[in-house]
Ligand binder design. Structure first.
Ligand code: SAM
Length: 433
């Protein structure tokens, strides 16, 4: 396979692409590297390859003319990939696709990058090796060349090495061990010495699933998994094999102070569905607590009666799952009381985050889901949802921040509070977290 490397610093590739298996692949002709330096195509006396950006700003931009000439000089360009932090994220699936090509051209940017019109001159795909900025595209190109070349048949000594490793089956790879069996008291897993390849295969699959669940749960969303895998994952999760940020999250459903349609601060009545659905969601996401806050005595009595029905002997017998969810409901007079109970349960005062369907100027710092997750890593959090027409302005004045609305760019985002609660909980604590 031919890799054309368009770079102002071709010497960059000398060492990394001349060692180990790559050196052997080049010697055998399996991999061919061709460098094309835009500077060799410069026509002015300074051999310029860059210039200042139009519109001002720092740094320099790579000139079109020399890049275009360097690309046109290639006799077998194949697909053209531009190394760029703003490109499509490079991954193992892409490496596998690219390994089927006869030739690839990797354009390495320098300075602030290349003149955007390169995309109009050539069929170029921008590719990123990660959400960070390198000095130049050469280090990124080395990653792409290595990842693609090692999948070529004959590159690796052992057929199947490429199929077994991380990401090939959508999971992180299992852990490896080699001699000695006992190093300073650290033993290699007994099963790997058993010679029973069936058991070893199953153990390795479990190791892969465990590592992925603990470190990269988002990969499980797309990994091909069967019923046995899900059973293993459920057992691992029950044994504490995944982060349980939900424990730190407490939810309060406020029926006062909230706004009515006229914009007045009022107390509104309870909705049976909110009690049930949010309790079940809180249970499914492992929340630390669910508080229903209302100052109205009759509404408190109603909430207690609803919950009591399902926690009673008959309710439990008919629907034990419902009882398990409703057990976490606490009826409180005020949000302050919800804060106090969270403090008692968590052993620390929580940070309090409000929610709103609107982005109001006065609602204090707007929190992203990632911000809230960051809070949960450090401390308990009480997330306050409002009934009626939303939480009254005074609530926003006392909280530590407000979670960004759901669907903030759409004209209609009027969700029921129980829908909003479900969506928020899944965004904060979903399976991929
Ligand atoms: C200093 S960077 C330019 C960064 C650019 N101004 C920006 O903010 O997106 C110079 C060159 O390094 C390469 N590069 C930097 N980070 C990269 C990444 N994460 N993936 C692929 N290429 C990268 C690109 O070729 C880029 O043109």
């Amino acid at each position: 396979m031919r890799f054309n490397l368009v770079s102002l610093f071709p010497e960059f590739f000398d060492s990394p692409l001349s060692s180990g298996l790559m050196a052997r692949a080049r010697q055998s002709g399996l991999v061919e590297l061709v460098c094309s330096n835009p500077r060799d195509f410069a026509t002015d006396k300074h051999r310029s390859v860059d210039d200042r950006p139009y519109g001002g700003g720092p740094g320099m931009v790579m000139l079109l003319e020399t890049l275009d000439a360097a690309l046109k000089s290639l006799d077998k360009p194949g697909k053209i990939l531009l190394m760029s932090p703003s490109g499509r994220p490079f991954d193992q699936a892409m490496a596998r696709d690219l390994a089927g090509e006869e030739a690839l051209t990797l354009v390495c940017g320098r300075y602030e990058g290349v003149d955007e019109r390169l995309m109009s001159l050539h069929d170029v795909t921008p590719l990123s090796v990660g959400d960070f900025v390198l000095n130049g595209g050469e280090a990124a190109a080395v990653c792409v060349v290595e990842a693609v070349a090692r999948l070529l048949p004959g590159f690796m000594g052992h057929v199947g090495s490429g199929e077994d490793e991380s990401f090939s089956a959508g999971l992180i790879e299992y852990a490896h061990y080699t001699r000695p069996e006992n190093f300073q008291g650290l033993l290699a897993p007994e099963i790997l010495l058993s010679g029973d390849h069936g058991r070893i295969g199953r153990w390795r699959r479990e190791q892969s699933l465990a590592a992925t669940l603990a470190r990269r749960p988002e990969l499980l969303e797309t990994a091909p998994l069967d019923g046995k895998d899900f059973k293993v994952l459920r057992d691992l999760s029950a044994q504490g094999g995944r982060r349980r940020l939900g424990r730190n999250l407490h939810l309060a459903l406020a029926h006062h102070p909230v706004l009515n349609k006229e914009g007045k601060t009022v107390a509104v009545s309870l909705t049976n569905l909110d009690v049930h659905d949010i309790a079940r969601c809180s249970c499914a996401y492992g929340l630390g607590g669910y508080y229903i806050s209302t100052p109205l005595a009759d509404q408190q009595a109603l909430a207690r009666e609803l919950v009591g029905h399902w926690l009673g002997e008959q309710g439990r017998a008919v629907n034990p799952d419902r009882a398990e969810a409703l057990e976490r409901v606490r009826v409180v007079d005020t949000l302050e009381q919800a804060v106090a109970l969270t403090t008692e349960a968590a052993g620390r005062k929580p940070r309090v985050a409000a929610t709103s369907a609107a982005v109001a100027e006065k609602s204090g710092p707007l929190l992203s889901v990632a911000d809230l997750r960051g809070w949960l890593e450090e401390s308990p959090v009480l997330l306050v949802l409002g009934t009626g027409h939303g939480l009254a302005p005074e609530v926003f004045e006392t909280v530590d921040g407000t979670l960004r609305p759901i669907r903030p760019y759409e004209a209609y985002n009027h969700l029921s509070v129980r829908s909003a609660a479900s969506i928020m909980l899944d965004r904060i604590l979903g399976d991929a977290q």
